[in-house]
Design a protein around this ligand. Structure first.
Ligand code: GDD
Ligand code: MN
Length: 381
């Protein structure tokens, strides 16, 4: 009698009328890449001849209709699959979901904008098949690799800083920890997946850091191409996002990256406030109370601006929503001051320690501002 245990049934599934599944899944995260997706698929067809591959496009409901376009290709080429995510944004999360949807032996992640050289894929696959490596990473910084004209000078500086930080704090020694182009064994990925952070965009670094040295890594050089169509979704400020990931990993994911960033912005606000106050007083432009009021508004405005660019970059407000957001932020912060002073006074009355009362008040204000602005100013649409 044949074995009917679930394990045996999984292993001996009847597939007489099916072709065998793909050996390699290529995950393409997309946001507004309608013009690029058909070109990438065409490029993959050419360079992966003889390989049993599939593409998994993970699209965050791009307004330009990327998902629709990819599904149209899928109608004629079943190797092209699409996951359309609604109400969500984020590169890492998209990559994780794409890889989890694969049942192939190997998975790769690659930009869908032709900046990553697809001709590297066959070599990456070969290195994994050889069983000498668990992950192959395309690097712009090993011998032979080049950033080309694809990355600005500021980005490159940020990228170098990121490399040394990763080495120092995460004990990850990669020549290009920011690379978003890599291939690995799916079973290795599945083991790590529950511990990965879906926030941010540094998925490869997260995988390598989480594996804590258990992955055998190979780096291959490549030249980062320039974008032909569309625009980059990651700007210089992604460096902040990266610092957030470093901190979150250092604290074993027990801290919210968003709150950390919000607090960091709050700290810059204190500096802005004092600088404006000092300038107004020193130049005699205003008396203390007027100067203090102006400084408060300048600091709130700069906090709003930075939070909109950094903390809530994925929900960035623009146009009239920006103006509305600014006024709700003023409102939120005004109550934040009340919460701050109220708590500080309460504590000071019990325990007249100025630093304890001051710090508790500031923390209360920060938490209030964070929670209230999250629901009022940058509410998820
Ligand atoms: N699903 C989804 N959701 N995809 C996204 C999102 C998102 O929120 N944001 C970006 N993408 C897609 C883009 O459509 C593109 O295919 C890929 O992710 C990379 O985004 P780009 O906007 O092209 O990034 P880049 O070229 O500026 O950044 C490159 O360098 C970084 C390191 O400096 C990429 O190679 C990154 O992967 C790399 O980390
Ligand atoms: Mn790109």
């Amino acid at each position: 009698m044949s074995d009917t245990s679930p394990d045996a049934l999984c292993e001996n599934a009847d597939a007489t009328d099916a072709k065998s599944g793909p050996e390699l899944s290529i995950v393409l995260p997309t946001f507004n890449e309608r013009e690029n997706v058909p070109l990438v698929v065409e490029a993959l067809r050419k360079c992966l001849e003889g390989v049993n591959w599939e593409v998994i496009v993970v699209d965050d409901n791009s307004p330009d209709g990327t998902a629709e376009c990819a599904k149209t290709i899928g109608q004629v080429d079943p190797r092209v699959r699409v996951i359309r995510r609604i109400g969500r944004r984020g590169l890492s999360g998209a990559c994780i979901e794409g890889m989890l949807a694969s049942s192939a032996k190997y998975v790769a992640v690659m930009d869908a904008d032709l900046q990553h050289d697809e001709n590297l894929l066959p070599r990456m696959l070969q290195d994994l098949r050889s069983q000498d490596y668990d992950i192959v990473i395309a690097s712009r910084h090993v011998e032979g690799g080049e950033v080309g004209n694809g990355l600005s000078a500021v980005r490159e500086w940020g990228s170098n800083l990121a490399n040394s930080l990763a080495r120092r704090f995460l004990q990850v020694d990669l020549s290009d920890p920011m690379s978003g182009f890599f291939m690995l064994r799916r079973d290795a990925f599945e083991d790590l997946a529950p511990s990965l952070s879906a926030q941010g965009f540094k998925i490869m670094l997260d995988i390598v850091a989480t594996a804590k040295g258990s992955l055998r890594i190979k780096e291959l050089p490549f030249v980062f191409r320039e974008r032909l169509h569309g625009e980059s979704k990651l700007d210089t400020l992604v460096t902040m996002d990266y610092l957030g990931l470093l901190l979150a990993k250092l604290f074993h994911d027990r801290l919210s990256i968003r709150f950390l960033m919000f607090s960091f912005v709050g700290a810059t606000g204190v500096i802005v406030h004092l600088a404006v106050l000092k300038t107004l007083l020193a130049t005699g432009l205003a008396q203390f109370s007027a100067a203090q009021l102006v400084a408060t508004f300048v600091a709130m405005t700069s906090n709003f601006f930075l939070n909109n660019r950094l903390t809530y970059r994925d929900r960035r407000l623009k146009g009239s929503a920006w103006v509305r957001g600014l006024f709700t932020f003023y409102l939120v912060c005004s109550f934040g001051v009340l919460a701050n002073v109220g708590v500080a006074e309460l504590i000071y009355a019990q325990q007249p320690l100025w630093w304890l009362a001051g710090a508790a008040g500031a923390l209360m204000g920060a938490v209030w501002n964070y929670v209230a602005s999250k629901t009022l100013t940058w509410r998820q649409s």
